[in-house]
Design a protein around this ligand. Structure first.
Ligand code: ADP
Ligand code: ASP
Ligand code: MG
Length: 410
């Protein structure tokens, strides 16, 4: 008998029928003799609806109140799933994040889990109940409701699996595993039986929303056995995230491609080219809890330089406003930006031992007339910032160029 944490995403609980389908799956796992803790998301579209409503009230919704609103989506699905399970004779009990309690820091709308009390869950499991926990939410030390950032139910699930020392954490979604890229954009994408932890971490951090980045980080830290599977089709092994590189396996140089539209570029033009200027610009951005990703500072001319960086698109307006407010103290000639850009990245452990991967990427994009605005690299990835209108084209041609298309599989 194993302890399994199963997480069902928005599409998987997107209608009454789908919730009943989840109940049947959970019941089947119980019938095999396993203990089950289920984490659910809000019904698909619900969190977007709540975000839009909040923005009708305030241009920049108050973060604490935003979380009060956002957390309601998951409260509906936990209750409904508990009812669906009881209806088919499976004892179950639902908990919100604060009832568990899932304790987080105070960073509203992007809180991090700090600690999870497992007492109530253990008692229910012992009593033979299925435990259902609302994903995406927790409680701060002040007793305020917090949420974990979009896609955060994945992280709730992995964190619960770590706290409970579960045998496996299964992420059920609307695709049957992790693919070489989003199969909705490239139909030729291939499902991977396994993907290494390092590659999954890069793919998730670079925009593959199949797993939220923090869920992968948690899995790495606590060595949680993590698998991505389909809730819509029966059977299948999905994709297992592995922690060891198989020495004998011939690794593809590039194993996956990620893209991310949640990007915006900010340009701070004509600032004095002197020590401390990067800190002056980015320090203010960091103080506002805005994450900066790619950064370029050009070679200075006549004592001034241009400085560009990217931020999440949702922070674009706030970043511009913040910098405009300090434009005179920065001594900047102009501050502008572009929120119609996207980032496309190639990822692969095999890159470590191969040269010329980046140049193949640049050539492939050049052949399509796609201009590269910014580049960043690490040992196992190359990212480029391009106009968002080329996102799908870039992903498709790179997928083919690196031999990832189904029909190219060797
Ligand atoms: P859920 O609501 O179940 O959490 P998400 O929409 O958050 O589901 O994540 C699943 C989606 O991730 C898929 O429908 C797919 O479009 C997208 N996706 C992006 N990159 C990949 C990838 N490399 N492999 C599989 N799916 C991917
Ligand atoms: N419902 C939340 C969202 O849409 C959390 C999740 O689905 O993981 O982001
Ligand atoms: Mg998700």
């Amino acid at each position: 008998m194993a302890l399994i944490v199963q997480k069902y995403g928005g599409t998987s609980v997107g209608s009454a029928e789908r919730i009943k389908n989840v109940a049947r799956r959970v019941a089947a796992t119980r019938a095999q003799g396993h203990d089950v803790v289920v984490v659910v998301s809000a019904m698909s579209g619900e969190t977007n609806r709540l975000v839009a409503l909040a923005h009708e009230m305030q241009e920049f919704p108050d973060p604490r109140e935003m979380d009060v609103v956002l957390a309601t989506g998951e409260q509906v699905t936990i209750g409904l799933l508990a009812m669906a399970l009881k209806d088919i004779g499976v004892d179950a009990k639902s908990y919100t994040g604060w009832q568990v309690a899932v304790r987080t820091d105070r960073a509203h709308t992007k809180a991090r889990i700090e600690e999870i009390d497992d007492g109530k869950m253990r008692a229910d499991l012992e009593a033979g109940r299925v435990v259902i926990v609302a994903g995406f939410q927790g409680i701060t030390a002040d007793g305020d409701i917090s949420t974990l950032g979009r896609g955060g139910s994945d992280t709730s699930a992995v964190a619960l699996a770590a706290a409970l020392k579960a045998d496996e954490c299964q992420i059920y979604t609307d695709v049957d595993g992790v693919y070489t890229t989003d199969p909705r954009v490239v139909p030729e994408a291939r499902r991977m039986d396994t993907v290494t932890f390092d590659e999954m971490l890069e793919l998730a951090s670079l925009g593959s929303k199949v797993l939220q980045i923090r869920s992968v980080e948690f899995a790495g830290k606590y060595k949680v056995r993590l698998r991505v599977l389909s809730s819509l089709i029966e059977g299948g092994e999905g994709t297992l995230i592995t922690f060891e590189e198989d020495e004998n396996m011939e690794r593809a140089i590039v194993s996956g491609i990620a893209f991310d539209k949640n990007q915006a570029r900010i340009n701070v033009r004509g600032v004095p080219d002197k020590p401390g200027i990067a800190y002056q610009i980015l320090g203010a951005v960091a103080d506002a809890n805005i994450e900066v990703d790619m950064i370029i500072q050009n070679v200075g001319e006549q004592g001034t330089t241009d400085f560009s960086f990217t931020v999440p698109r949702s922070d674009y307006k706030a970043t511009l406003e913040l910098l405009h407010n300090s434009q005179s103290s920065l001594g900047a000639a102009a501050i502008d930006g572009d929120d119609t850009v996207c980032k496309v990245s190639i990822v692969g452990l095999g890159m470590r031992s191969h040269v010329g991967v980046a140049s193949t990427m640049f050539r492939t994009l050049a052949e399509e007339g796609i201009n590269i605005q910014m580049i960043s690299t690490s040992e196992i990835k190359v990212s480029v910032l391009i106009d968002e209108k080329y996102m799908e084209l870039a992903t498709r041609v790179l997928h083919k160029a690196f031999g990832l298309d189904q029909n190219q599989a060797g």
